[in-house]
Design a protein around this ligand. Structure first.
Ligand SMILES: Nc1ncnc2c1ncn2[C@@H]1O[C@H](COP(=O)(O)OP(=O)(O)OP(=O)(O)O)[C@@H](O)[C@H]1O
Ligand SMILES: [Mg+2]
Length: 226
């Protein structure tokens, strides 16, 4: 990952988002992966994540292992209101943690963190949130000033807060079919939005369009033979 990227992965169920996320995160030395679905278990263990289920334990573990590195799968309780709060609180913790180290050692001397959020529509909905839940909005806006990379994935781009959708250096679109989601993609694409939405609707499973600095490239996920 180059310097402080924010990456969005969009696509319907089984289109390839989590596979792409895993590949982007491979080799990253300090990762927190936020995913409330128990179905993550198999690939989390394959990708070397340690599962943590409470915020207190996660915070202690990050502090304890910051120097050496970690890969944590944070699996909060899968309750809608709680997820929004958990994402906000964790974002605030990560920013505070980085800022405290930066105050002590200087920003350029501290380690980068990678924050990965899967199934974003569940934890960062597309409606205004009260101030006490604004941690993730701040993460989207200014996490990179605290040396935090951000990567988020969703099946429902139309249902994810625009502060995430709007502030990304890189976007990877897998196939989408819901009209509301295709309208969201058209919004993201600006002047080329309608063409982008049309192209995204035509993709087959595992095919994607990558959008970066206004340029588009096509690709397809492949799986090496076991
Ligand atoms: N080793 C493999 N070989 C072939 N296909 C695979 C392999 N691993 C995963 N797949 C396929 O890749 C597809 C994409 O899975 P992935 O979990 O990345 O989707 P997703 O977009 O995250 O879906 P969801 O939104 O439901 O979480 C699935 O259809 C899966 O069967
Ligand atoms: Mg997935």
């Amino acid at each position: 990952m180059s310097k402080f990227e924010r990456i969005g992965l969009f696509g319907k169920s089984q289109s390839g988002k989590s596979t792409m996320m895993d590949r982007i995160l491979r080799g990253q030395p300090r990762v927190i992966l936020f995913d409330a679905l128990p179905a993550r278990a198999e690939n989390a263990s394959r990708e070397g994540y340690v599962k943590i289920e409470t915020m207190i334990e996660l915070q202690e573990a990050v502090r304890r292992n910051y120097e050496t590195g970690f890969r944590y799968w944070f699996k909060p309780e899968n309750d809608e209101d709680f997820l929004v709060l958990a994402l906000s609180d964790l974002s605030k913790f990560m920013i505070d943690h980085q800022d405290q180290y930066a105050a002590k050692y200087g920003l350029k001397n501290i380690a980068d963190l990678v924050f990965a959020v899967d199934e974003m529509a569940d934890c960062y909905p597309n409606h205004a949130l009260p101030k006490k839940l604004n941690g993730f909005s701040k993460m989207c806006r200014s996490g990179r000033h605290s040396r935090i990379h951000l990567i988020g994935a969703t099946q429902r781009p139309a249902e994810v807060g625009t502060k995430f959708r709007g502030q990304l250096e890189k976007r990877i679109f897998f196939t989408l079919t819901e009209p509301a989601d295709l309208r969201a993609i058209a919004d993201i694409g600006g002047a080329q939005g309608r063409m982008l939405a049309e192209a995204v609707s035509q993709l087959k499973a595992l095919e994607y369009i990558r959008m970066e600095n206004g340029t588009y490239t096509n690709g397809k996920l492949t799986f090496p033979k076991a």
